[in-house]
Design a protein around this ligand. Structure first.
Ligand SMILES: [Zn+2]
Length: 168
């Protein structure tokens, strides 16, 4: 029987030329919880790891951020793992984090959003963050442990907040 053979181009593992960020693409499973984790720019652990933690590795590129609440891994690269104790800010998405910061650039926490929702039935978190992203601008890469924009996380916090009586 005839079988069609699909042509599959050879893939290179090398980063495309001109890539300045040195951030691996795609998600990699966390070595402890097994959930897919996103890569972070080198700048993120460089800013957020404690000085002591930074002495453990000369190269801070190629790390991934685990956002699983119950997992104590914050950053990993292969077998190298950094936990909350190695990070200079409280990682808001982790279980028991206080304050549970979601927007590090403009100081929005789960507590503040829940309080607004409980008191007024709504929150201006997203409008406030969007306005400030335009002016003065945000610094998620260096302030947010995930190294990326917080808007999706903030929206998730609003939708799941106990004081949210709005139906989305
Ligand atoms: Zn994990």
């Amino acid at each position: 029987m005839f079988q069609a053979v699909k042509f599959v181009p050879a893939r290179s593992n090398e980063a495309p030329t001109g890539c300045l960020t040195n951030v691996p693409k795609g998600k990699v499973p966390c070595p402890r919880c097994g959930k897919p984790a996103k890569s972070v720019p080198e700048k993120t652990p460089a800013h957020l790891l404690t000085e002591k933690a930074k002495t453990q590795t000369a190269d801070l590129s190629g790390f991934y951020f685990c956002k699983t609440p119950a997992c104590n891994v914050v950053y990993f690269r292969g077998d190298k793992v950094f936990e909350q104790k190695d990070v200079s800010v409280t990682v808001g998405c982790k279980k028991g984090a206080a304050p549970a910061t979601v927007c590090y650039c403009f100081g929005w926490t789960k507590e503040k959003i829940a309080e607004q929702l409980e008191r007024t039935g709504k929150t201006d978190a997203l409008d406030d963050i969007r306005a400030k992203m335009k002016d003065p601008g945000c610094s998620c890469v260096t302030l947010n442990p995930s190294g990326s924009c917080c808007l999706g996380d903030v929206a998730a916090v609003i939708i799941t907040a106990p004081g949210n009586y709005l139906h989305h």
